[in-house]
Design a protein around this ligand. Structure first.
Ligand SMILES: [Zn+2]
Length: 213
């Protein structure tokens, strides 16, 4: 399959399962899957000019300045394994950097999920203390409320999944993503896809849309 554009960046709100869609898409297209974590590892490698700067922020629980984040991303995108294309999925703090990458002819893919649906997905999540399995009070409930079907351990509600925390995450996402999406939309480099469906279906639709573009 000949793709016109193989430099893909996937973004989506919390709850949109962006990482999973990106993984499926990368697998289907035969492209390397990269993320910010992977880029940071590359920046920390011996011989990297960014190593000292990065070290200062590691473990300091501090967000590095945007210029450093941009340098990390550009360093990763210059490595040999991604020359033939890549699938990158990213989270909110990295989004402003993408505005300056528009000139690299990156195809932006937006996973669209309403705030109501993202909130429903996230606030209903329950994690197992024993095996780590993720359940959902509506879409994948356990047989006995609060008890894991797999291992019998107690389930808990993560603080990050409380309504106020989810509302905050969503507002951060919108604040960072809106200007980035605007840039790529104007440049004709934005594909928006309905993320309410199963991840396999989303990845399949994207694969066929990209093949046509
Ligand atoms: Zn369990």
């Amino acid at each position: 399959m000949a793709l016109a554009v193989t430099r893909l960046v996937l973004i989506g709100p919390p709850g949109a399962e962006t990482a999973e869609v990106a993984g499926r898409l990368a697998g289907g297209l035969g492209l390397p899957l990269i993320s910010m974590r992977d880029a940071v590892q590359s920046g920390m490698r011996a011989g990297s000019e960014l190593r000292d700067d990065l070290r200062r922020f590691m473990g300091a629980e501090q967000v590095p300045p945007l210029e450093l984040v941009a340098a990390i991303v550009l360093r990763r995108l210059g490595e040999p394994d991604v020359v033939g294309g890549f699938v990158w999925w990213t989270e909110s703090p990295v989004l402003p950097v993408l505005r300056s990458l528009e000139t690299l002819m990156i195809q932006m893919v937006e996973l669209v999920l309403s705030d109501a649906e993202a909130t429903r997905r996230l606030t209903g999540r329950r994690l197992c203390r024993g095996c780590g399995e993720v359940w959902h009070v509506e879409s994948s409930p356990t047989l006995v409320e609060g008890v894991c079907d797999r291992c019998g351990s107690e389930l808990f509600h993560r603080e990050d999944d409380f309504p106020a925390a989810v509302a905050h995450q969503l507002s951060v996402y919108h604040k960072h993503s809106a200007p980035v999406l605007a840039v790529y939309r104007v440049a004709g480099l934005l594909i928006s896809v309905d993320a309410t469906r199963p991840t396999e279906e989303i990845a399949n639709e994207l694969t066929s849309r990209l093949a046509r573009s």
